[in-house]
Design a protein around this ligand. Structure first.
Ligand SMILES: Cc1cc2nc3c(=O)[nH]c(=O)nc-3n(C[C@H](O)[C@H](O)[C@H](O)COP(=O)(O)O)c2cc1C
Length: 199
């Protein structure tokens, strides 16, 4: 797990109860190395997503990816990002747009987004095992994604993921560098876990 590059930051969760290393070591950096991610490794990420659970096994998740080895496709994906994201995400080796198929039957309207999230959860966890960093982004132009990437009716683009081997945070512009080294924080469990009924 991880990378031997000494300049790479590690920011494991300061978990209050024991959790798996693959969970605690996932975080969302903005510094990426330009080392390519090979096709077999990409297949492993999508395979992890493929084995997520879904209602009636409908598997409503879809992914459109581009690597920097294909500059035209990569630029098309990078161009849908808001400026605040593209400034750093264009240095990742891979961009992945996640797309949910809209729910097909009553009660499935929202679970489709839940299931896409489950699949992405698997993908980003598998990425840690493979020494890869991931950074999910909601900041992108959905209408532009639909138009430029030929997304059919009935499908919703949800996030873009920047994926790559971890880079050197010292190469980031100062404001991003500060965010990169900032402590990772979370709400306490008693703010969102209730026994028996809502508090
Ligand atoms: C659905 C979603 C949307 C996000 N959108 C953005 C974004 O547009 N830009 C960004 O820099 N980070 C974005 N993030 C990353 C979060 O800010 C980050 O996951 C959160 O601060 C927790 O940090 P950690 O992932 O390092 O634990 C997003 C994360 C998720 C799950």
């Amino acid at each position: 797990m991880g990378n031997t590059n000494v300049t790479t930051l590690h920011k494991p969760a300061s978990a209050q109860y024991p959790i798996h290393d693959l969970i605690s070591h996932r975080w969302s950096p903005r510094a990426f190395s330009d080392q390519p991610v090979d096709q077999a490794t990409l297949k492993s990420l999508f395979e992890a997503a493929r084995w997520a659970a879904s209602a009636a096994n409908k598997q409503p998740w879809n992914f459109i990816y581009a690597t920097r080895e294909n500059p035209e496709a990569f630029e098309r994906l990078a161009a849908i990002l808001v400026e605040a994201n593209s400034v750093w995400a264009k240095n990742a080796s891979v961009l992945i747009l996640t797309v949910a198929k809209r729910g097909e039957y009553a009660g499935h309207e929202y679970t489709t987004y839940y299931e896409l999230g489950m699949a992405v959860g698997n993908l980003v966890t598998q990425a840690v095992e493979l020494g890869l960093a991931t950074h999910q982004m909601g900041g992108f132009d959905k209408a532009k994604a639909i138009a430029d990437l030929n997304i059919p009716e009935g499908y919703d683009p949800i996030t873009v993921l920047a994926v790559g081997y971890p880079g050197n945070h010292e190469t980031l512009p100062e404001t991003l560098r500060e965010r990169e080294i900032a402590e990772r924080t979370r709400k306490a469990q008693d703010e969102f876990v209730f026994e028996g009924s809502w508090k």
